[in-house]
Write a protein that binds this ligand. Structure first.
Ligand code: DQA
Length: 148
């Protein structure tokens, strides 16, 4: 079965609901996780939803994920704009990857306009708040179903 996915969240996303609600909305990390798990179950996906503030830990998660999961959704948060190490790990994954950002990174400070991972992922969603995660789950389910 091509139905195991991992949703990886980068630094400070554990503080959703508390940080910059004007950018990220009022949803808490726990509620976002619950919504993603529920949507995944509805679509028959087995989903792990995790968060780390540490770059190396995210690299390890991505490396380990290639042996376990069929697809990935990643909001690398601030590391999106800085981490060659995360980009390199994602390139090794070699299965569908969807990049998500809650905020519209292109409407914000210039340093957020550059994503180091956009040109190696399958596709991306930004600026749609927590709905972006749900849309990414719907999209990856289709990518996995029609793969092979
Ligand atoms: C973010 C956008 C990043 O620029 C920022 O550093 C984040 C969250 C988003 O989801 O909009 O932490 O990835």
């Amino acid at each position: 079965m091509n139905n195991k996915i991992i949703i990886i969240n980068g630094p400070n996303l554990n503080l959703l609901g508390e940080r910059e609600q004007s950018q990220y909305g009022a949803i808490t990390f726990d509620k976002l996780k619950e919504n993603c798990i529920n949507k995944s179950k509805e679509l028959g996906l087995k989903t792990e939803f995790i968060q780390s503030n540490l770059e190396g830990e995210i690299v390890n998660l991505i490396q380990d994920a290639r042996k376990i999961y069929d697809g990935m959704i990643i909001n690398a948060a601030a590391f999106t704009h800085t981490s060659v190490a995360i980009r390199d790990a994602l390139e090794i994954f070699k299965k569908p990857i969807i990049e998500v950002h809650l905020s519209n990174i292109y409407k914000r400070e210039e340093f957020r306009h550059k994503s180091l991972i956009s040109n190696i992922v399958s596709g991306g969603i930004f600026g749609l708040g927590d709905n972006g995660y749900i849309l990414a789950i719907i999209a990856i389910e289709k990518l996995l179903k029609y793969e092979n």
